[in-house]
Design a protein. Structure first.
Length: 309
């Protein structure tokens, strides 16, 4: 069955690695991620965004993830990613599917973020078993699904505020802003992360820390996509070197979405171009699943979650 990510993240925090959290939109992406987790013997958090729910429906997505939890003997959690709509967060908590939700009040003034996050925490605690709550302090730039934060409106997480925020809200994990960005077009120059800020936050905050907007944007897969018709010039992500160091300094959960999307796109484009007479969706989507599975396995090894199930 699906479990709370609490034990996963506490173990990761204690042992110095990060649990991968993969966003899904359909059955094929879920299957690829679960297959990777089984092959790597890794715990995994499956996430659905507000955009994924708008596309596929909370009940459909919740049902297929629940089946994955019933059929596979590895730790699997289901998390609502970037819940900005309070009513949708409440629906997820009441649905019986989710074992974790995120309330994203990062664009709100500090006190408003505290009050609304605390309200979600109280609501989630009333459930049995209790549902975990991830919060965010510091606005991460970029565009992904229904999330769009301009560079002008983005800001880094203040370590002192992070300590106060966690104490006041009682949130179970905290997403922080240290230089990552959502989407494929993350950077126009060489990326860098504020590791000194991360160290200070880790000293002050006792709950697991989460990194959003951390996809690598694998250039080999980008080349495949572009060679078969994609227009992904200039895409750039967070390097494996930077991400690995962030994990060493205390990041315990890493969100991955863009890397899976590009892998899906590359696999489908290549197959359709190579086999233009094939119209069977099962054959078309198979190569996309293969690329996604390999991307997921690479992330598990990088984050150190392989063998931790």
């Amino acid at each position: 069955m699906l479990i709370s990510p609490k034990s996963m993240l506490e173990k990761a925090n204690k042992e110095g690695y990060a649990v991968p959290a993969f966003n899904i939109n359909n059955l094929e992406i879920l299957q690829a991620v679960i297959e990777a987790a089984l092959e790597e013997n890794s715990p995994v958090i499956i996430q659905t965004s507000e955009g994924a729910i708008e596309y596929a429906g909370m009940e459909y997505l919740g049902a297929i993830v629940r089946v994955a939890g019933e059929l596979n003997d590895i730790p699997i959690a289901l998390h609502l990613d970037h819940g900005r709509d309070y009513n949708l967060v409440k629906k997820a908590i009441d649905s019986g599917f989710y074992t974790s939700v995120m309330f994203d009040g990062s664009s709100l003034p500090f006190e408003d973020n505290v009050l609304k996050t605390k309200d979600v925490v109280v609501m989630a605690r009333k459930k049995r078993p209790a549902i975990q709550v991830e919060a965010e302090l510091g606005a991460i730039p970029g565009k992904e699904d229904l999330i769009h934060v301009s560079r002008r409106d983005a800001f880094y997480t203040n370590p002192e505020q992070a300590e106060e925020f966690v104490e006041k809200t009682g949130c179970d994990s905290l997403a922080i802003s240290i230089g990552t960005a959502h989407g494929a077009f993350k950077f126009t120059d060489d990326p860098s992360l504020d590791f000194e800020r991360l160290k200070e936050i880790k000293k002050r905050v006792k709950v697991p820390l989460v990194l959003h907007g951390a996809s690598e944007v694998n250039q080999e897969i980008v080349k495949i996509a572009n060679s078969f018709g994609a227009k992904l010039g200039g895409v750039k992500g967070v390097s494996n070197r930077l991400l690995s160091h962030a994990v060493k300094l205390g990041i315990n959960k890493v969100n991955i979405d863009t890397d899976l999307r590009i892998a899906f796109d590359a696999g489908v484009r290549k197959f359709l171009k190579t086999y233009p007479k094939v119209f069977d969706p099962r054959k078309i989507l198979g190569p996309a699943k293969d690329l996604i599975r390999q991307e997921a396995r690479d992330k598990m090894r990088l984050l150190g979650s392989s063998g931790k199930a």
